[in-house]
Design a protein around this ligand. Structure first.
Ligand SMILES: NC(=O)c1ccc[n+]([C@@H]2O[C@H](COP(=O)([O-])OP(=O)(O)OC[C@H]3O[C@@H](n4cnc5c(N)ncnc54)[C@H](OP(=O)(O)O)[C@@H]3O)[C@@H](O)[C@H]2O)c1
Length: 327
């Protein structure tokens, strides 16, 4: 490397990384300098961040005992998880001043236990945690110029938008449950602010966690046969990490391409995991006989996240991978 300037080398590598904008799967690039010398540069070995504070940012995650936050721990192993009620504005401000994070992730919220029907009977708790809490974070993070991320939901749409799926620009159209309305309200408020909103749908993975979609529906005697967009959590984590490293803001649908029905998942479950599993098919017309609140069934577009270079498995392949991990 005679006559080689390391500072220039670093600058060039940053440029190359920016062009690639793909973190997963890219180990090296061919780097051409001064048109004469070719170097094989291992980006992963160099570990040069695109953002000054990434990936060594100080990350703080609210809702740390939850399903999604537990997964976020694996990609942000040094993150802090304060046990703070996000409805308590003073406590939120205090913890931000104490920890001084570069990135705040809000994975706190009421999703209802055992399911969203709970929210119908606990409207105040739901609205406080799902709307007032995020508004407190908006205020506290804005005042301190902290970049923050909100875990949103795609359960605010109904239908497939003529087969193309709803994009981030389409207005939500499902108001059939109080949970969905609470997520819709905050989604629409936050979209006017520089916040990254990650919309998930029916998250699943290959573990026995009780909040994994597969764990939930395997206990249902009747399983709905309606096509839906879903989020495979290993892919969600890559998407979240990528967007956060780039300090992206705005709404992103984080769903795997394609659709599948919960009933189809159970058919595959019986084939791959448990041949003795017994369940019946439930149609949309009969859904109201078994649930209190309405349920969103929808297809979201995954085009925007794909354009960020994040590769999410087609949903049927993701389901298969998760089911094989359960064997
Ligand atoms: N799981 C899904 O199907 C799904 C789909 C799309 C989007 N999301 C969104 O993802 C986020 C996380 O969901 P999750 O699946 O991880 O749910 P989860 O397992 O119930 O985790 C949420 C956590 O937030 C806590 N929490 C609730 N209110 C809080 C408050 N005011 N202050 C601090 N913590 C509070 C909950 O504690 P308690 O248990 O004590 O209430 C729980 O530990 C939610 O915003 C949810 O709407 C979830």
């Amino acid at each position: 490397m005679c006559g080689f300037s390391f500072a220039r080398f670093e600058r060039e590598v940053r440029k190359v990384r920016k062009v690639c904008e793909v973190w997963k799967g890219i180990d090296c690039v061919i780097y051409d300098t001064l048109s004469t010398v070719h170097f094989l540069v291992s980006l992963s070995l160099l570990s040069i961040p695109t953002h000054p504070s990434s990936p060594h940012s100080r990350v703080l995650i609210f809702g740390g005992r939850g399903y999604i936050a537990g997964h976020l721990r694996s990609v942000f192993p040094t993150a802090v998880f304060p046990q703070v009620d996000i409805c308590d504005a003073r406590a939120v401000g205090k913890i931000l001043d104490l920890e001084k994070p570069d990135v705040v992730i809000n994975a706190a919220g009421k999703t209802g236990k055992p399911n969203v029907d709970w929210c119908e009977d606990h409207k105040l708790e739901t609205i406080l945690s799902n709307v007032q809490g995020p508004l407190n974070l908006l205020d506290a993070c804005s005042k301190r110029s902290i970049y923050w991320v909100h875990i949103g939901s795609g359960c605010t749409y109904e239908g497939d938008n003529g087969g193309s799926g709803f994009t981030e620009k389409d207005s939500p159209n499902f108001t059939g449950s109080f949970y969905s309305r609470s997520k819709l309200w905050i989604d629409q408020i936050l979209k006017d602010f520089p916040v990254l909103q990650l919309r998930l749908r029916m998250p699943f993975d290959g573990t026995s966690h009780p909040r994994n979609l597969i764990s939930k529906i395997k206990h249902y005697p009747k399983v709905l046969d309606e096509q839906n967009s879903l989020t495979y959590l290993p892919d969600f984590l890559v998407a979240a990490k990528t967007l956060i490293a780039k300090r992206k803001t705005g709404i992103y649908n984080i769903v795997n391409p394609g659709t599948i029905s919960p009933y189809e998942i159970m058919v595959r479950y019986r084939e791959i995991v448990d041949p003795k599993h017994v369940f019946e098919r439930l149609t949309l017309e009969n859904l109201s006989n078994v649930v209190k609140a309405g349920r969103s069934n929808c297809m979201l577009s995954s085009e925007k996240i794909s354009q960020e270079g994040v590769k999410m498995l087609p949903v049927s392949e993701a389901v298969e991978e998760a089911l094989k991990a359960l064997v």
